[in-house]
Write a protein that binds this ligand. Structure first.
Ligand code: TYD
Ligand code: MG
Length: 462
């Protein structure tokens, strides 16, 4: 007969230790061992007891798409993949104060119009929640409000037929299970509470949205344990000093990942921004050196963003590199390519790079725009205002083609741009559907020729 025995498993590397220790000697992580009961298998392995037969089915079946519920906030619905799926678990994570509770309160009010919606807060008192609802002009909405932190109470309350259609838990870090020793917010509490709530949601068929705070290191507290358990992970990001907020799907079992929704925080809550391009293009008079407009793709949508660079003589032995909204390793690579292949040495200079509007870009297609901004900043010559730029840069300085060129050009044309600097497509001549002037380049070397202002147009400084 199997014998129950406990062992200590490292939560970082899964190494098993017979005794508890403060540090895992396999991976070196501190305080990562947790007791787990294991059951020794018999010498014969699993064969001692037969399991049930599993039925196999074909890939082609007549299952219907899962039913979805609309939040009435189209940016939110799109990021979810077309609305909230019944029985699904969503994790909404973000820095404290970014607007998670505000977004969910607004969504809850809409969900409540055609389904029973429950908002359970472990962070704020009812009076505070009501105050927010009043501020958002939603105090008439039919949302069932409660403050609770004990998962046992929540499960007992919601464990009945038609108890709820949508349940919002704000936040998972404040929830606790009374059968676990550790304090609320610890990994085991967060994982245990989430597991219970998700299990209940699947059984009763309601959608559950869990709010999760992000720790300083950028992980959702509890080494990303929750990300595996839920169907959808949404990040709410933005600078608190900016009023723009970006909702990003980083995982979605019911829709495309990497979709973004853009919001603007106002004194009346979050407003949708349906044309984000206008937001990420800064409005300055005349031409400014160091600014390049990148035609990017975020999720399914093309978005134009201004990339700004500044170079200045450095007073430091190790010049400063400050990057906002873009990967600093990638910036170093582009600077190295500019140096090695084009002879543009930025090494002794301080370099600042900023993506306007608080957007974070991860597309390599922005390489060429970043390089253009740097070249423009260094030469103090502006890039023509009506120009958009995109293309990936390889280590030899070649410009590689990127995806969805037509969508990028269409968006740029819609916003009044007239010229595009794009990678040369060798294989098939891409049909230029737009009326824009395309300047195709195949090597970074060609970049400076393009950036030099035409003689008829003097720079803003002139
Ligand atoms: P909140 O939703 O409480 O953030 P989170 O739940 O992510 O911690 O929102 C916090 C900020 O939003 C707070 O600083 C005030 C601001 N805010 C507005 O600017 N306008 C509004 O209408 C509301 C409700 C909040
Ligand atoms: Mg909150």
């Amino acid at each position: 007969m199997a014998k129950a025995k406990s062992s200590y498993v490292c939560q970082e590397c899964a190494a098993v230790h017979p005794k508890w220790a403060g540090r895992c000697d396999t991976c070196g992580a501190w305080n990562s061992l947790a007791e787990e009961a294991t059951r020794e298998t018999t010498p014969k392995g699993l064969s001692a007891k037969r399991g049930n037969k599993i039925d196999f089915v074909g890939l082609d079946g007549a299952d219907q798409d899962p039913p979805r519920r609309n939040s009435g906030i189209s940016e939110f619905d799109r990021v979810l993949g077309g609305g909230l799926v019944a029985g699904s678990a969503v994790l909404l994570s973000g820095d404290p104060g970014i607007g998670k509770s505000t977004l969910l309160m607004q969504a809850a009010a809409n969900f409540a119009q055609n389904g029973k919606t429950v908002y359970i807060s472990g962070e704020e008192a009812v009076a505070q929640l009501r105050l927010r609802a009043r501020r958002l002009n939603l105090e008439k909405a039919n949302v069932a409000l409660a403050t609770a932190t004990n998962v046992r109470d929540i499960v007992s309350t919601l464990d009945s037929k038609d108890a709820a259609d949508v349940v919002i838990i704000d936040s998972i870090q404040t929830m606790y299970m009374d059968n676990l020793e550790s304090a609320p917010g610890t990994v085991s509490q967060v994982r245990g509470s989430a597991q219970e709530l998700i299990k209940l949601a699947k059984r009763r068929g309601f959608a559950v949205i869990l709010v999760g705070h992000v720790t300083k290191e950028g992980t959702i507290a509890g080494p990303r344990v929750l990300e595996h358990m839920v169907d959808t992970v949404l990040h709410f990001e933005g600078e608190r000093s900016h009023q723009f907020r970006i909702l990003r799907a980083v995982k979605n079992r019911f829709g495309p990942a990497d979709e973004i929704g853009v919001f603007e925080m106002s004194d009346r809550g979050l407003a949708e921004v349906t044309n984000p391009s206008q937001l990420f293009l800064s409005e300055h008079e005349g031409d400014v050196s160091g600014a390049a407009v990148f035609a990017g793709i975020e999720g399914s949508r093309p978005v134009l963003v201004e990339i700004q660079a500044l170079v200045a003589p450095s007073a430091l032995a190790t010049p400063r590199r400050a990057v906002v909204g873009w990967d600093s390793g990638r910036l170093a690579m582009i600077m190295a390519v500019l140096d090695a292949r084009c002879g543009l040495a930025l090494g002794p200079l301080d370099v600042y790079l900023n993506v306007a509007g608080g957007l974070k870009i991860s597309e390599p297609a922005a390489d060429l725009a970043v390089a253009s901004a740097l070249v423009s900043a260094q030469s103090a010559e502006a890039i023509d205002r009506g120009t958009v730029i995109f293309g990936e840069i390889g280590l030899s300085g070649e410009i590689r083609p990127v995806s969805r060129i037509d969508a990028r050009l269409k968006e740029a044309e819609k916003l009044g741009f007239t010229r595009a600097i794009v990678p040369k497509v060798r294989t098939k001549k891409s049909k230029n559907a737009s009326n824009m002037t395309l300047i195709e380049i195949s090597h970074l070397r060609e970049i400076e020729v393009i950036l030099a202002p035409k003689p008829s147009k003097s720079s803003a400084l002139g």
